[in-house]
Design a protein around this ligand. Structure first.
Ligand code: SAH
Ligand code: SF4
Ligand code: F3S
Length: 523
């Protein structure tokens, strides 16, 4: 850590969060106001969702509810109407969209992709980097003329951006035509919120800083019948210093093992071939349940379910334990592809990022995984240009990428997020240097990806066929166990099946191949 980084981190640690009143009470009061005095009220008394308050959360009981239902009054409200949800961000958001779609469909709404046809449009937003937010604000601007044409159209903003006070304030001030803002903890209130937006005159704002309970029996309109997502936990308690997620998604709350197992069994019975367990930090699964039961134990139980593939995302290296490695090494429907975000290869930067492991500890974990699963594919996430990152510190990231031999990586330029500790650090690295570092890193990552693909030429792999390739309708595509995209020509009847493909040509990010006879043994 250089001198400047050390000084700034100690200043950040000394600051104490301010006390904030219950913003839910405030929001209740706002809703009772008329539009005329709304802005005045907002400027004087309104307390927006508080990032600081989120960080002060204590261990409170999380209740699990099994009694979600849609009131009679709202049950048929969508008949003859259409909904559209535009989704940004990670799989967590994609899956939340499936839940909201399920709720809309239970209310009688039909889905549409055409903004002109829609009676309600939701933007399910992502706050992870500034450019993610800019995209959404751009889209909000595009939707304005639709609202002017059709005043009955309801436009809502939900997802992670809604959990940020600055975003809610900006929408209130600059985009008053938005009808509805709600956050990530109260999706189950969608019918009620739609009702308020339909019959009320003011913007409906329902955002909770305090994370909600776990609602078990929400409907889901899943996108596809082959691969399904299953939440195993919500929230994140890691508070990496650059990251907004612990604020937007609340504290870690694990679902009960039996509820997860039942959902996976149900998907298997419906013919799904692959399940991805979702959480921001799945390796912390079960800690809050205090049952001495973790992700390894859960995976061991899921192994017995008759479903060909079970994945999980995202892993945090700190909590990745031996029990999980032992279970993954048993093979079967446990896959040997592990996405293990490292963020940086330099121990000082990792320390300021608050990742709670250093380079050596990460490498020890990699070696353990490799020993137990010699064929395992490792992929990662990396941030370049963290405040004051030196050239040497960046070089450590390059050398770690080579040492581990990642076969793919999501690489990002650091983006300051308001309210996070890192955003208060000054930064002496210019954007030009950051961009240059990203390019250097990507060059190595691309080369390693291409090399890893080359090894498959001439091999036979098992592919879960998902459908037509995005680029060419004549060609089918799917993924191998190790998450390599394969394109091949074959009968449409193979969609949804596991088939054997002989690889004929390797590209950087995909493989081309031909279907082979059933009898050939899969590697
Ligand atoms: N829970 C996951 C990551 C979720 S966010 C984990 O801890 O691995 C996905 C990725 O976005 C992160 O791994 C990180 O590489 C990147 N990211 C998060 N915050 C960022 C920021 N402020 N600027 C740039 N990239 C960021
Ligand atoms: Fe963000 Fe860190 Fe939590 Fe991942 S583990 S979501 S990077 S705070
Ligand atoms: Fe974005 Fe929220 Fe996911 S910030 S990455 S949508 S958890």
């Amino acid at each position: 850590m250089n001198e400047q980084q050390r000084k700034e981190m100690s200043q950040i640690r000394q600051e104490k969060p301010a006390d904030v009143k219950s913003d839910k009470d405030n929001l209740e009061r706002i809703k009772q106001k008329t539009s005329e005095d709304f802005m005045k009220y907002f400027e004087t008394t309104y307390q927006p969702p508080s990032l600081r308050k989120a960080q002060r959360r204590r261990k409170e009981d999380v209740k699990i509810h099994y009694d979600f239902n849609i009131s009679e009054e709202m049950a048929g409200v969508g008949e003859g109407r259409k909904y559209m949800i535009r989704t940004y961000g990670c799989q967590m958001n994609e899956h939340d969209t499936e839940v909201m779609a399920g709720i809309f469909e239970e209310m009688g709404y039909e889905s549409t992709n055409d903004t002109k046809e829609a009676d309600i449009i939701l933007l399910n937003t992502c706050a992870i980097r500034e450019n993610a937010e800019n995209k959404v604000f751009g889209e909000i601007g595009h939707l304005k003329p639709l609202k002017l044409e059709n005043p009955d159209l309801i436009i809502g903003v939900c997802g992670c951006m809604s959990q940020e006070e600055s975003v809610v304030n900006r929408i209130l001030k600059k985009h008053p035509f938005i009808d509805l803002i709600f956050g990530t903890h109260n999706i189950h209130r969608l019918p009620q919120l739609v009702k308020e937006a339909m019959y009320g005159k003011e913007m409906v704002v329902d955002v909770w800083s305090k994370e909600g309970d776990i609602i078990e029996n929400l409907p889901r309109a899943r996108k596809g019948k082959i691969k399904g997502w299953v939440n195993i936990m919500y929230g994140c308690d890691k508070f990496c210093t650059y990251c907004i997620v612990p604020y937007t998604r609340g504290k870690e709350r694990s679902r009960l093992p039996e509820d997860i197992i039942q959902e996976v069994r149900h998907l298997a019975a419906q013919g799904y071939k692959e399940v991805t367990l979702l959480g921001q930090n799945v390796n912390a699964y079960g800690k809050d349940l205090d049952m001495g039961y973790g992700l390894g134990d859960l995976m061991d139980e899921l192994r017995a379910i008759d479903i060909p593939r079970i994945r999980f995302t995202t892993s945090h290296p700190r909590d990745f334990d031996d029990r999980l490695i032992e279970v993954l090494a048993k093979g079967g429907n446990m896959l040997d592809h592990i996405h293990l975000p490292v963020q940086s290869g330099n121990s000082d930067i990792l320390k300021i990022m608050g990742r709670k492991y250093n380079r050596e500890q990460y490498m020890t974990l990699v070696h353990k995984i490799r020993e137990a699963m010699p064929e395992a594919t490792l992929t990662t996430d990396i941030i370049v240009g963290f405040p004051n990152e030196t050239d040497e510190q960046f070089e450590d990231t390059l050398s770690l990428v080579e040492e581990v031999g990642f076969e793919a990586a999501y690489t990002f330029i650091y983006s300051p997020r308001e309210g996070t500790p890192a955003a208060r650090m000054s930064d002496n690295v210019s954007m030009e240097v950051k961009k240059e570092r990203l390019q250097r890193l990507n060059k190595i990552v691309n080369q390693q990806a291409a090399d890893s693909m080359k090894k498959y030429e001439g091999e036979v792999v098992e592919v879960l066929v998902e459908g037509e390739s995005k680029k060419n309708k004549e060609v089918l595509s799917g993924y191998t166990k190790r998450n390599k995209l394969v394109n091949f020509r074959g009968p449409r009847s193979s969609i949804g099946q596991l088939v054997k493909i002989k690889i004929t040509e390797a590209k950087t990010w995909s493989l081309n191949g031909e279907m082979v006879e059933e009898t050939i043994e899969v590697k």
